[in-house]
Design a protein. Structure first.
Length: 353
Protein backbone atom coordinates (compact mmCIF):
# COMPACT_ATOMS: atom_id res chain seq x y z
CA UNK A 1 0.00 0.00 0.00
CA UNK A 2 2.83 2.42 0.79
CA UNK A 3 4.26 2.27 -2.73
CA UNK A 4 0.95 3.03 -4.43
CA UNK A 5 0.07 5.80 -1.98
CA UNK A 6 3.46 7.51 -2.40
CA UNK A 7 3.46 7.12 -6.18
CA UNK A 8 -0.03 8.59 -6.53
CA UNK A 9 0.77 11.45 -4.14
CA UNK A 10 3.87 12.33 -6.15
CA UNK A 11 1.92 12.34 -9.41
CA UNK A 12 -0.89 14.51 -8.07
CA UNK A 13 1.55 16.94 -6.46
CA UNK A 14 3.44 17.36 -9.73
CA UNK A 15 0.22 18.11 -11.62
CA UNK A 16 -1.48 20.29 -9.01
CA UNK A 17 0.79 21.40 -6.16
CA UNK A 18 -0.54 22.97 -2.99
CA UNK A 19 -0.85 26.72 -3.21
CA UNK A 20 1.53 28.84 -1.18
CA UNK A 21 -1.29 29.84 1.13
CA UNK A 22 -3.89 27.15 1.72
CA UNK A 23 -6.55 26.37 4.35
CA UNK A 24 -4.71 23.38 5.78
CA UNK A 25 -1.57 25.32 6.64
CA UNK A 26 -3.64 28.22 7.93
CA UNK A 27 -5.45 25.76 10.17
CA UNK A 28 -2.17 24.38 11.51
CA UNK A 29 -1.02 27.87 12.49
CA UNK A 30 -4.28 28.53 14.31
CA UNK A 31 -4.02 25.12 16.01
CA UNK A 32 -0.46 25.72 17.22
CA UNK A 33 -1.36 29.22 18.42
CA UNK A 34 -4.42 27.97 20.29
CA UNK A 35 -2.55 25.14 22.04
CA UNK A 36 0.39 27.31 23.10
CA UNK A 37 -1.88 30.11 24.26
CA UNK A 38 -4.02 27.80 26.41
CA UNK A 39 -1.47 25.29 27.73
CA UNK A 40 1.96 26.95 27.74
CA UNK A 41 2.50 27.77 31.41
CA UNK A 42 6.20 28.54 31.06
CA UNK A 43 7.44 25.35 32.75
CA UNK A 44 9.50 22.55 31.26
CA UNK A 45 7.04 19.76 32.11
CA UNK A 46 4.15 21.73 30.68
CA UNK A 47 6.16 22.40 27.53
CA UNK A 48 6.42 18.70 26.74
CA UNK A 49 2.65 18.41 27.12
CA UNK A 50 2.11 21.39 24.81
CA UNK A 51 4.42 19.95 22.18
CA UNK A 52 2.85 16.49 22.33
CA UNK A 53 -0.65 17.93 22.02
CA UNK A 54 0.34 20.09 19.08
CA UNK A 55 2.36 17.51 17.16
CA UNK A 56 0.79 14.19 18.13
CA UNK A 57 -2.95 14.91 18.20
CA UNK A 58 -3.23 15.73 14.47
CA UNK A 59 -1.20 12.60 13.69
CA UNK A 60 -3.45 10.50 15.95
CA UNK A 61 -6.55 11.96 14.32
CA UNK A 62 -5.23 11.02 10.89
CA UNK A 63 -4.41 7.53 12.17
CA UNK A 64 -7.92 7.18 13.59
CA UNK A 65 -9.46 7.95 10.21
CA UNK A 66 -7.10 5.45 8.60
CA UNK A 67 -8.15 2.63 10.93
CA UNK A 68 -11.84 3.54 10.60
CA UNK A 69 -11.66 3.36 6.82
CA UNK A 70 -9.91 -0.01 6.93
CA UNK A 71 -12.48 -1.64 9.19
CA UNK A 72 -15.60 0.18 7.98
CA UNK A 73 -15.00 0.31 4.23
CA UNK A 74 -11.81 -1.52 3.31
CA UNK A 75 -8.25 -1.09 2.14
CA UNK A 76 -9.05 0.89 -1.05
CA UNK A 77 -10.57 3.70 1.00
CA UNK A 78 -7.58 3.67 3.35
CA UNK A 79 -5.22 3.95 0.36
CA UNK A 80 -7.12 6.98 -0.91
CA UNK A 81 -6.88 8.55 2.55
CA UNK A 82 -3.12 7.88 2.63
CA UNK A 83 -2.75 9.54 -0.76
CA UNK A 84 -4.60 12.61 0.49
CA UNK A 85 -2.45 12.87 3.61
CA UNK A 86 0.79 12.40 1.67
CA UNK A 87 -0.30 15.01 -0.85
CA UNK A 88 -0.38 17.54 1.99
CA UNK A 89 2.78 16.41 3.78
CA UNK A 90 5.00 15.21 0.91
CA UNK A 91 6.24 16.92 -2.20
CA UNK A 92 8.81 18.96 -4.06
CA UNK A 93 6.50 21.65 -5.31
CA UNK A 94 6.00 23.09 -1.83
CA UNK A 95 9.47 24.63 -2.04
CA UNK A 96 10.91 24.01 -5.51
CA UNK A 97 9.58 27.24 -7.01
CA UNK A 98 12.19 29.12 -4.96
CA UNK A 99 14.97 26.94 -6.31
CA UNK A 100 13.74 27.19 -9.90
CA UNK A 101 13.38 30.98 -9.86
CA UNK A 102 16.89 31.49 -8.47
CA UNK A 103 18.42 29.01 -10.90
CA UNK A 104 16.70 30.73 -13.83
CA UNK A 105 17.94 34.12 -12.65
CA UNK A 106 21.52 32.82 -12.47
CA UNK A 107 21.23 31.21 -15.90
CA UNK A 108 20.09 34.58 -17.26
CA UNK A 109 23.08 36.29 -15.62
CA UNK A 110 20.86 38.37 -13.31
CA UNK A 111 22.73 37.99 -10.03
CA UNK A 112 20.87 40.89 -8.40
CA UNK A 113 17.54 39.13 -8.96
CA UNK A 114 19.02 35.89 -7.66
CA UNK A 115 20.15 37.66 -4.47
CA UNK A 116 16.73 39.25 -4.05
CA UNK A 117 14.95 35.92 -4.49
CA UNK A 118 17.29 34.21 -2.03
CA UNK A 119 16.73 36.99 0.50
CA UNK A 120 12.94 36.73 0.15
CA UNK A 121 13.00 32.94 0.42
CA UNK A 122 14.98 32.82 3.67
CA UNK A 123 14.44 36.38 4.98
CA UNK A 124 18.19 36.99 5.05
CA UNK A 125 20.59 39.67 3.90
CA UNK A 126 22.06 38.40 0.62
CA UNK A 127 22.89 41.79 -0.87
CA UNK A 128 26.69 41.51 -0.88
CA UNK A 129 27.43 37.85 -1.45
CA UNK A 130 29.28 36.75 -4.64
CA UNK A 131 27.84 34.43 -7.27
CA UNK A 132 29.48 31.31 -5.85
CA UNK A 133 28.01 32.02 -2.41
CA UNK A 134 24.55 32.45 -3.91
CA UNK A 135 24.86 28.99 -5.44
CA UNK A 136 26.30 27.49 -2.27
CA UNK A 137 23.47 28.78 -0.10
CA UNK A 138 20.83 27.70 -2.61
CA UNK A 139 22.30 24.18 -2.63
CA UNK A 140 22.26 24.00 1.17
CA UNK A 141 18.73 25.37 1.57
CA UNK A 142 17.39 23.19 -1.25
CA UNK A 143 18.93 19.95 -0.01
CA UNK A 144 17.56 20.52 3.49
CA UNK A 145 14.16 21.44 2.07
CA UNK A 146 14.13 18.26 -0.03
CA UNK A 147 14.96 16.28 3.10
CA UNK A 148 12.20 17.85 5.19
CA UNK A 149 9.56 17.86 2.49
CA UNK A 150 10.30 14.49 0.94
CA UNK A 151 12.84 12.10 2.41
CA UNK A 152 12.16 12.68 6.09
CA UNK A 153 8.45 12.21 5.45
CA UNK A 154 9.12 9.06 3.43
CA UNK A 155 11.28 7.57 6.16
CA UNK A 156 8.75 7.83 8.96
CA UNK A 157 5.78 7.08 6.74
CA UNK A 158 7.25 3.84 5.40
CA UNK A 159 8.56 2.63 8.77
CA UNK A 160 5.34 3.25 10.70
CA UNK A 161 3.04 2.20 7.86
CA UNK A 162 4.80 -1.18 7.90
CA UNK A 163 3.82 -1.43 11.58
CA UNK A 164 0.17 -0.72 10.77
CA UNK A 165 0.19 2.96 11.73
CA UNK A 166 -0.70 4.24 8.28
CA UNK A 167 0.08 7.93 7.67
CA UNK A 168 0.82 8.68 11.34
CA UNK A 169 4.57 8.99 10.73
CA UNK A 170 4.22 11.44 7.84
CA UNK A 171 2.01 13.82 9.81
CA UNK A 172 4.01 13.52 13.03
CA UNK A 173 7.29 14.29 11.25
CA UNK A 174 5.91 17.35 9.50
CA UNK A 175 4.27 18.61 12.69
CA UNK A 176 7.57 18.26 14.55
CA UNK A 177 9.28 20.32 11.84
CA UNK A 178 6.44 22.82 11.77
CA UNK A 179 6.43 23.48 15.50
CA UNK A 180 10.19 24.07 15.78
CA UNK A 181 9.98 26.66 13.03
CA UNK A 182 6.65 28.23 13.91
CA UNK A 183 7.49 28.83 17.57
CA UNK A 184 10.88 30.38 16.87
CA UNK A 185 10.95 34.19 17.01
CA UNK A 186 11.20 35.88 13.66
CA UNK A 187 11.22 39.44 12.42
CA UNK A 188 8.44 40.62 10.13
CA UNK A 189 9.89 42.86 7.41
CA UNK A 190 8.07 45.90 6.13
CA UNK A 191 6.07 45.15 3.02
CA UNK A 192 7.12 46.89 -0.17
CA UNK A 193 5.07 47.33 -3.31
CA UNK A 194 6.88 44.38 -4.84
CA UNK A 195 6.08 42.05 -1.94
CA UNK A 196 2.72 43.36 -0.79
CA UNK A 197 0.96 40.26 -2.11
CA UNK A 198 2.96 37.95 0.15
CA UNK A 199 1.65 36.57 3.41
CA UNK A 200 3.53 37.38 6.62
CA UNK A 201 2.74 35.99 10.05
CA UNK A 202 3.46 37.39 13.46
CA UNK A 203 5.73 35.55 15.85
CA UNK A 204 3.65 33.55 18.36
CA UNK A 205 4.33 34.41 21.98
CA UNK A 206 5.57 31.23 23.67
CA UNK A 207 7.88 30.50 26.57
CA UNK A 208 11.60 29.83 26.21
CA UNK A 209 10.99 26.39 27.74
CA UNK A 210 8.58 25.50 24.95
CA UNK A 211 11.04 26.64 22.29
CA UNK A 212 13.84 24.60 23.87
CA UNK A 213 11.69 21.47 24.20
CA UNK A 214 10.45 21.83 20.62
CA UNK A 215 14.03 22.08 19.30
CA UNK A 216 15.05 19.04 21.34
CA UNK A 217 12.07 17.04 20.10
CA UNK A 218 12.78 18.00 16.49
CA UNK A 219 16.37 16.82 16.82
CA UNK A 220 15.17 13.43 18.10
CA UNK A 221 12.47 13.04 15.46
CA UNK A 222 14.83 14.01 12.63
CA UNK A 223 17.83 11.98 13.81
CA UNK A 224 17.02 8.78 11.91
CA UNK A 225 15.62 10.39 8.70
CA UNK A 226 18.68 12.66 8.42
CA UNK A 227 20.99 9.67 8.43
CA UNK A 228 18.81 7.81 5.94
CA UNK A 229 19.00 10.82 3.62
CA UNK A 230 22.76 11.15 4.05
CA UNK A 231 23.27 7.46 3.30
CA UNK A 232 20.96 7.68 0.29
CA UNK A 233 22.91 10.61 -1.16
CA UNK A 234 26.10 8.62 -0.64
CA UNK A 235 24.67 5.63 -2.51
CA UNK A 236 23.45 7.63 -5.52
CA UNK A 237 26.47 9.98 -5.51
CA UNK A 238 30.16 9.61 -4.77
CA UNK A 239 29.96 7.06 -1.96
CA UNK A 240 33.51 7.20 -0.60
CA UNK A 241 33.73 10.99 -0.53
CA UNK A 242 30.24 11.30 0.97
CA UNK A 243 31.06 8.94 3.83
CA UNK A 244 34.42 10.64 4.39
CA UNK A 245 32.82 14.10 4.61
CA UNK A 246 30.07 12.75 6.84
CA UNK A 247 32.61 11.27 9.24
CA UNK A 248 34.95 14.28 9.35
CA UNK A 249 32.74 17.34 8.89
CA UNK A 250 29.16 16.57 9.95
CA UNK A 251 29.62 17.84 13.50
CA UNK A 252 31.78 20.82 12.53
CA UNK A 253 29.70 22.53 9.88
CA UNK A 254 27.71 25.63 10.86
CA UNK A 255 24.18 24.29 10.61
CA UNK A 256 20.86 25.93 9.89
CA UNK A 257 18.93 24.22 12.66
CA UNK A 258 20.74 21.40 14.48
CA UNK A 259 23.55 18.91 13.96
CA UNK A 260 21.28 16.67 11.88
CA UNK A 261 21.55 19.31 9.17
CA UNK A 262 25.33 18.97 9.26
CA UNK A 263 25.06 15.25 8.51
CA UNK A 264 22.99 15.92 5.39
CA UNK A 265 25.15 18.81 4.16
CA UNK A 266 28.39 16.93 4.68
CA UNK A 267 27.11 13.89 2.80
CA UNK A 268 25.81 16.12 -0.01
CA UNK A 269 29.17 17.84 -0.29
CA UNK A 270 31.02 14.56 -0.67
CA UNK A 271 28.43 13.04 -2.99
CA UNK A 272 28.74 16.01 -5.38
CA UNK A 273 32.34 17.01 -4.62
CA UNK A 274 31.25 20.59 -3.98
CA UNK A 275 32.42 22.83 -1.15
CA UNK A 276 29.66 23.51 1.40
CA UNK A 277 29.62 25.13 4.82
CA UNK A 278 31.15 28.43 5.80
CA UNK A 279 29.56 31.53 7.24
CA UNK A 280 25.77 31.56 7.25
CA UNK A 281 23.75 34.47 5.98
CA UNK A 282 22.63 37.05 8.52
CA UNK A 283 18.95 37.85 9.15
CA UNK A 284 17.40 40.50 6.96
CA UNK A 285 17.70 43.28 9.55
CA UNK A 286 19.92 44.06 12.48
CA UNK A 287 16.83 44.16 14.68
CA UNK A 288 16.24 40.49 14.01
CA UNK A 289 19.88 39.67 14.65
CA UNK A 290 19.51 41.16 18.12
CA UNK A 291 16.21 39.50 18.93
CA UNK A 292 16.77 36.05 17.46
CA UNK A 293 19.34 33.70 16.04
CA UNK A 294 16.64 32.09 13.93
CA UNK A 295 14.64 33.29 11.01
CA UNK A 296 12.56 31.36 8.56
CA UNK A 297 9.66 32.16 6.31
CA UNK A 298 7.92 30.17 3.67
CA UNK A 299 4.46 31.10 2.54
CA UNK A 300 3.58 27.46 2.05
CA UNK A 301 3.82 27.00 5.80
CA UNK A 302 6.64 24.48 5.70
CA UNK A 303 9.77 26.47 5.00
CA UNK A 304 13.34 26.24 6.14
CA UNK A 305 15.21 27.88 8.94
CA UNK A 306 18.28 30.08 8.83
CA UNK A 307 20.55 30.56 11.84
CA UNK A 308 23.35 33.03 12.25
CA UNK A 309 26.91 31.91 12.85
CA UNK A 310 30.42 33.22 12.59
CA UNK A 311 31.92 29.81 11.86
CA UNK A 312 33.75 29.42 8.55
CA UNK A 313 34.47 25.68 8.48
CA UNK A 314 33.92 24.24 5.00
CA UNK A 315 34.10 20.81 3.42
CA UNK A 316 36.63 20.00 0.69
CA UNK A 317 35.55 20.15 -2.92
CA UNK A 318 35.08 22.47 -5.85
CA UNK A 319 33.68 25.95 -5.47
CA UNK A 320 29.93 26.00 -6.04
CA UNK A 321 28.92 26.91 -9.59
CA UNK A 322 25.49 27.22 -11.27
CA UNK A 323 26.06 23.84 -12.95
CA UNK A 324 25.98 22.28 -9.49
CA UNK A 325 22.32 23.28 -9.16
CA UNK A 326 21.45 20.79 -11.87
CA UNK A 327 23.63 18.25 -10.11
CA UNK A 328 21.55 18.77 -6.98
CA UNK A 329 18.37 18.07 -8.94
CA UNK A 330 19.92 14.90 -10.34
CA UNK A 331 21.11 13.76 -6.92
CA UNK A 332 17.70 14.27 -5.34
CA UNK A 333 15.77 12.57 -8.12
CA UNK A 334 18.13 9.60 -8.19
CA UNK A 335 17.44 9.12 -4.49
CA UNK A 336 13.70 9.38 -5.14
CA UNK A 337 14.02 6.67 -7.79
CA UNK A 338 16.01 4.53 -5.36
CA UNK A 339 13.27 4.91 -2.75
CA UNK A 340 10.56 3.95 -5.25
CA UNK A 341 12.50 0.96 -6.55
CA UNK A 342 13.03 -0.38 -3.05
CA UNK A 343 9.36 0.13 -2.17
CA UNK A 344 8.26 -1.51 -5.43
CA UNK A 345 10.44 -4.55 -4.71
CA UNK A 346 9.11 -4.81 -1.16
CA UNK A 347 5.53 -4.50 -2.40
CA UNK A 348 6.10 -7.13 -5.08
CA UNK A 349 7.68 -9.52 -2.59
CA UNK A 350 4.70 -9.12 -0.25
CA UNK A 351 2.23 -9.74 -3.07
CA UNK A 352 4.09 -12.84 -4.25
CA UNK A 353 4.67 -14.08 -0.72
Amino acid sequence: MSFFAIFCAFLIEQVKPLTRSNPIHHGLRHWANAVSRNFDAGKSDHSWVVWLITAALPALAVLGVHWFLIYAIGWPAAVVWNVMVLYVTLGFRQFSYHFTDIRDALDAGDEDLARQLLAEWQNVDASNIPRSEIVRHVIEYSVLAAHRHVFGVLTWYVILAALGLGPFGAVFYRMAEFTVRFWKPRFQPKLSAATSDKVHYETPVVSSHLRAITAQAWYLVDWLPARFTAMGFAVVGNFEDAIDCWRNYAQQLPTLDNSNDGVILAATSGAMHVRLGGELLKPATQAEAVNSSFSGHDSSGFGDATATSEATITTPGREAEPAHLRSVVGLVWRYVVLWMLLLALLTLSNLLG
